[in-house]
Ligand binder design. Structure first.
Ligand code: HAM
Length: 435
């Protein structure tokens, strides 16, 4: 027997209504990013391995355990991107975008990323991110702008009261002082902590704060907090961010344990969390922060940046749980139903008029099935109107237009059809007209 062909573990197919949800969510994200003056970029999925090893950091879990890295047939050491930010820096450096554009350089992106993680609720091996990067200015106002942008997108999708967890990792001097304090503190306990904590103790003690093992948590909860080790500049910078968020009425929660999994962060870091109405917690639906020396690390100029990425799968899951995808379901303006094969060409002409002159989304039934069956199809396709074409209508260059909700119907001349539909749509949404 032939082996069953299946999708790869940790990947998922997207089709039907779910695909419409992805399209709609991504296009809303793009359009809001454009309002904030960000421009789209499309970096390749494949990069040299060194982009992520140097960019995301040798000590990060992503680089240590989760990358899809392989040698291509030419012996190149390549990686399927596990995130966008490092690749965006490579793109900006190589194309000298920082020199030919006004700074900050404001870029957005959307596409698949790959991480070899253990699949579970909200966690895939291939998933999609939408994100932005604002590169070249060190003002805390840029941090604020990207947080407001992310919050606006989530509210526009209908997700009210998203929880923003925020922290600062300070500048290099602050982080060095904090690292030393953590090392001193954890040295007394590390022998009894988990294996992950042990390697993090050596590689980057800040990452121990992310450990989820309950016994280790008891130790971690009593560990020193970053606040006490911040330089004056970093403290003032963070205060400026918080003050602006308050002025703009963006709610936040300081979480001194928030350290983020990628090594390039400095100063402000944040995550967006949302528990769906069904009680599902898919993990952070988005996250980001400021990075002081990522661009320099990758061989570019010494320019800081700030950005965030959303996990599209997690956001679509939350929207689906909260029944916020209903209006995203596929909807036809009209389903055209010729009653006989000989009327197919006329039906095609009617469809062209409605699509090209009216901009209406219509489909035609060329299957020559019974009328009842065609009505069933119109309902399944979530059509607002049925357009029925019999011989008499064709002769009179007209159609029967039927509102599938009210069941009211009328005969309309083909030359009046677009105007008639415009008129019916306007009268069914009178409140929009008043605006
Ligand atoms: P990240 O926190 O690694 O940050 O990922 C961002 C978002 O991607 C997460 O909040 C989550 O929603 C989603 N995500 C992560 N892993 C998975 C997974 N296995 N399955 C499904 N969704 C997932 C970054 O990637 C940074 N590049 C963000 C950034 C941009 N920082 C500055 N600029």
């Amino acid at each position: 027997m032939m082996e069953e062909i299946k999708n790869v573990k940790g990947t998922h197919d997207v089709f039907g209504d779910e695909n419409n949800a992805y399209e709609k969510v991504e296009s809303l994200m793009k359009s809001i990013a454009e309002i904030y003056a960000y421009k789209g970029v499309r970096p390749p999925v494949l990069e040299y391995n060194s982009v992520f090893v140097r960019g995301v950091g040798q000590a990060s879990d992503v680089v240590r355990k989760e990358m899809y890295t392989f040698a291509d047939k030419g012996g190149r050491d390549l990686t399927l991107r596990p995130e966008f930010t490092a690749g965006i820096m490579r793109l900006a450096i190589q194309n000298k975008l920082y020199a030919t554009n006004e700074l900050p350089l404001k870029l957005y992106y959307v596409g698949p990323v790959f991480r070899y993680e253990r699949p579970q609720l909200g966690r895939y091996r291939q998933f999609n991110q939408f994100g932005v990067e604002s590169i070249g200015h060190n003002s805390p106002m840029n941090d604020v702008e990207v947080i407001v942008l992310a919050y606006t997108i989530l509210s526009s999708l209908g997700l009210e009261n998203v929880k923003i967890k925020i922290n600062t990792l300070g500048d290099e001097a602050s982080r060095n002082a904090y690292r030393t304090a953590l090392k001193e503190y954890f040295a007394q306990y590390i022998d009894n902590m988990c294996e992950d904590c042990k390697s993090r103790f050596e590689l980057n003690p800040l990452r121990i704060l992310d450990c989820k093992v309950p016994e280790d948590r008891l130790i971690i909860d009593k560990s020193p907090k970053i606040g006490a080790y911040l330089s004056k500049e970093s403290k003032e910078r963070f205060d400026a961010v918080l003050e602006a968020l308050e002025a703009l009425q963006i709610p936040y929660e300081i979480d001194q344990g928030l350290v983020r999994g990628l090594d390039y962060y400095s100063e402000t870091v944040f995550e967006f969390h949302y528990k769906s109405n069904k009680g599902n917690d898919y993990g952070a639906i988005g996250a980001g922060g400021h990075y002081g020396s990522l661009m320099k690390e990758l061989g570019g100029p010494d320019l800081p940046g700030v950005g965030f990425s959303f996990g599209i799968e997690r956001i679509v899951s939350v929207l689906s749980d909260n029944e916020l995808l209903n209006d995203i379901a596929y909807e036809l303006d009209a389903y055209i139903m010729p009653l006989d094969k000989s009327l197919d060409l006329y039906a095609q002409e009617v469809a062209v008029v409605l699509r090209n002159s009216g901009g209406y989304k219509v489909d035609v039934c060329f299957d020559n099935v019974k009328l009842g069956n065609m009505f069933k199809r119109a309902t399944n396709k979530n059509a607002k109107y049925a357009i029925i074409i019999g011989e008499d209508e064709a002769k009179a260059e007209s159609v029967v237009l039927k509102d599938l909700a009210s069941q009211e119907q009328q005969t309309v001349k083909i030359e009046d059809l677009v105007d008639k539909l415009d008129e019916l749509y306007e009268s069914s949404y009178p409140e929009e007209e008043e605006k």
